[in-house]
Design a protein. Structure first.
Length: 315
């Protein structure tokens, strides 16, 4: 009982650190972007998305090294479902709506959907080994190159874009905010996993829900705070870029280290749900005149609750 109490207190403290760090990280990241003339959308799908995805990536790598590969795959797929249906759903409910622009949505949605399809195809072929891993890493490199090209086009359109000099204080606060995210999330994941183990939660379920939601807290707080502050392109870009990174790098790199086995139920249920919520997100945004409205957020979150109920109780 004492151990559970200590872990619960540590969980709350970690959460406070993560939320505060995310606010500092977002505010100062936007400042850096404006100084260098980086668009909000590109900032979201690169620096913010990769930065907030590091907990999932680290968890997947550590899981592979510790022979718990099912946790790693479950963490990535579960995290991607939660990112869309949970994080964007809740953010739209709280903020009222989250807007985006057509060009960025088309590019990043296409990348995210193709990434999910590629993962399913490799899962259908069997275990995910080094060949699949190399393909995934190459695909992410191509996507990243497209983002760099998009930024160049943006700078040409804005005629060079950036403004003023970079204040060292902003850089320091960004680094401190990110460090707080990493440390806070590491503590958060550890305490959540330990509590789950004490409660006897299975490994795959731990990856799909406990670890997936735990490691996605950076995306959650960054996306939510961005949406509330009206930084909608940063908000949506963080989720879309994070989901692409999670699969291509979060599974690709660990698969180079050790072949990742495919769970049959994950192929039949989890991966298809990931595809469904990905497509549904875009349909809802287009239906809402390039905005994910509160009603769309409620729909997405309701789907996540239904999915979690079916996955946990086998209905």
């Amino acid at each position: 009982m004492i151990v559970e109490l200590i872990l619960s207190v540590a969980l709350v403290i970690s959460l406070i650190i993560v939320i505060k760090s995310a606010n500092v990280f977002v505010d100062n990241l936007v400042e850096i972007g404006s100084v260098f003339g980086i668009s909000e959308t590109i900032l979201g799908v690169t620096a913010s998305a990769i930065g907030t995805s590091l907990p999932e990536f680290g968890s997947a790598v550590i899981a592979s090294l510790s022979e718990s590969t099912e946790i790693g795959v479950g963490c990535v797929i579960g995290s991607n479902i939660w990112n869309i249906a949970g994080i964007l759903g809740i953010s739209a409910i709280v903020a009222g709506n989250i807007g985006t622009e057509a060009a960025g949505l088309k590019r990043d949605f296409t990348a995210m959907l193709l990434t999910a399809i590629v993962l399913i195809l490799f899962m259908l072929l069997g275990n995910i080994g080094r060949v699949a891993a190399l393909v995934m890493i190459i695909l992410y490199s191509i996507y990243f190159w497209r983002l760099i090209k998009a930024q160049r086009d943006y700078n040409l359109e804005k005629k060079g874009g950036g403004r003023g000099k970079l204040d060292p204080k902003i850089v320091l606060l960004t680094v401190l905010g990110f460090a707080g995210l990493v440390v806070g999330c590491r503590a958060l994941v550890y305490t959540a996993v330990e509590l789950a183990r004490i409660m006897g939660v299975p490994e795959m379920i731990m990856g799909l829900f406990t670890l997936a939601i735990g490691t996605s807290i950076p995306e959650f707080v960054v996306t939510l705070s961005s949406a509330v502050k009206g930084l909608h392109h940063l908000s949506i870009g963080t989720v879309l870029g994070s989901n692409t990174f999670n699969i291509l790098i979060g599974i690709g790199v660990p698969a180079i280290i050790k072949t990742i086995p495919v769970d049959p139920l994950s192929l039949k249920l989890d991966a298809p749900v990931m595809i469904i919520v990905t497509i549904l997100l875009v349909l809802l945004i287009k239906q809402g005149d390039m905005k994910l409205k509160r009603s769309g957020g409620i729909t997405l979150f309701a789907i996540y609750i239904l999915y979690a109920f079916i996955r946990l109780y086998g209905v």
